[in-house]
Design a protein around this ligand. Structure first.
Ligand code: PA5
Length: 437
């Protein structure tokens, strides 16, 4: 495949013997592809890109078209895997200041990914008096955060624009049969899309969970899917390189992986990546802790710790070839700021030198450095990256010896929260937790 993702481990694996891991990675890939490993009922994402057909894309584009035509704002409600993928891709492709500029189509906003009262108040304040639509996304259909947000915005929309407008401009993305959201959508007659049974939340960005909000934001979901198909067909070498490198480093005491970018638009891609790897690998008291930094910003806050703190880190730099636009540094006759040595250079040249200089400094400080390169940020390469990270996660999780496709640990806080909220059915847990006060 020309011009696509490359994983470069030149500064990561010096002195490490990775031959045995190569065989382990091949075995893990075989386990994944043959569907014989743990969690094999959640492998629907593996051949998802190539199974998306014209009919599905057209339906999504049509629904997106209605929302784009009728609404000034579209509130996408969801959390975790039902939020981060869409947020990551929309942020990566958007004008950084889109919120302050008028543009074509509605602004896509997010709710239900926190329980911040002021957040919800401010969002209600923003959409009051404006036509807005809602995409509510929940696979289980019972998650508390999006449930509360949906109840609030559904009520507001019905009161503000009437039942008919609300019915036309609320779309539910949920399980085919089960859950409160499925029942509610059927009862209210909302348009719905299905999250397949065999695709877990954090692997669902290429289902309507991600594709619908991305299409509503005006981006090319066909190119995104086409990029993912390229990786599905041709990406295994890079997938193996990444899975081998990170497991080799983990086995050599590097317990924390920092995903670093020098491209502000990739901030939420790192947030999506953290969920993908954290929720997939953190089990049985094992797993690489996924962290992220935005450089050069965080070099002025976290740089000291990375350069010189506890040596349990490795760094994976997500490096972007070309920017979309050029900004030149002007010359100044007086040169009072001493920056004339950069006059005529473009800003990204400086950023690239910062990137190289940082990588070398961190390697010298004992932080192995993996490099993942993409030619530029567009739908095609983001599609490639999504599939690349997903497949590498499956291979890597099997190499680690965990089930990468479940998340039993996320239930613990919910049980306590429901007990404290005195949710019906939690009476015993409520008594037990009160006894701990
Ligand atoms: O990856 C996951 O499974 C989770 O992050 C879920 O996506 C998240 O908890 C939201 O769940 P649901 O879509 O059921 O509301």
């Amino acid at each position: 495949m020309d011009n696509s993702i490359q994983v470069i481990s030149k500064y990561a694996l010096e002195g490490l013997d990775v031959q045995a891991l190569h065989n382990e990675a091949l075995a893990a890939k075989q386990t994944l592809e043959s569907g014989t490993g743990l969690g094999n009922d959640f492998l629907g994402w593996l051949h998802l890109p190539s199974s998306i057909d014209e009919q599905q894309l057209q339906a999504l584009e049509q629904t997106a078209g209605i929302l784009r035509q009728e609404c000034e704002y579209v509130i996408t409600i969801g959390i975790g895997g039902s939020y981060l993928g869409a947020k990551a891709i929309i942020e990566a492709l958007s004008d950084h200041f889109a919120a302050y500029k008028s543009g074509n189509g509605p602004k896509v906003l997010f709710a239900g990914s926190n329980i911040g009262e002021d957040y919800l108040y401010d969002l209600m304040d923003l959409v009051r008096g404006h036509k807005f639509g809602i995409i509510v996304i929940s696979k289980s259909g019972t998650t508390t955060e999006p449930g509360i947000a949906f109840r609030i915005f559904k009520d507001m929309l019905e009161k503000q624009e009437g039942k008919q407008f609300a019915q036309r401009n609320i779309v539910a993305v949920t399980d085919a049969r089960r859950g409160a959201l499925r029942n509610l959508a059927t009862q209210e007659g909302y348009a719905t899309y299905v999250i397949p049974d065999d695709v877990g939340g954090r692997f669902s960005v290429l289902t309507p969970v991600g594709l619908l909000p991305i299409a509503v934001a005006g981006f090319d979901i066909r190119a995104l899917v086409a990029g993912a198909v390229e990786m599905e067909k041709d990406g295994d070498e890079q997938v193996l390189n990444y899975a081998i490198a990170r497991n080799a480093l983990y086995q050599n005491g590097k317990k924390i992986e920092i995903l670093a970018n020098f491209t502000p638009r990739l901030h939420f891609l790192a947030e999506w990546w953290k969920q993908l790897y954290g929720e997939s690998e953190g089990k049985g008291h094992k797993g690489i802790f996924p962290a992220s930094v935005d450089f050069t910003t965080d070099l002025h806050s976290m740089g000291q710790m990375i350069q010189d703190g506890e040596r349990t880190l490795f760094e994976t730099v997500l490096s972007v070839g070309d920017q979309q636009h050029e900004v030149l540094i002007p010359s100044d006759e007086a040169d009072l700021d001493g920056l004339n040595y950069l006059a005529g250079k473009n800003v990204d040249y400086v950023n690239k030198m910062a990137e190289l200089g940082t990588r070398l400094a961190h390697v010298d400080g004992g932080v192995p450095n993996l490099l993942i390169t993409i030619p530029t940020v567009n739908e095609r390469y983001l599609g490639q990256l999504i599939y690349f990270f997903e497949k590498a996660c499956g291979v890597s999780g099997y190499m680690l010896g965990v089930n990468p496709f479940d998340q039993p640990g996320v239930e613990a806080y919910k049980k306590n929260m429901f007990a404290l909220l005195e949710k019906p059915g939690y009476e015993e847990a409520t008594a037990a937790i009160k006894a701990r006060f």
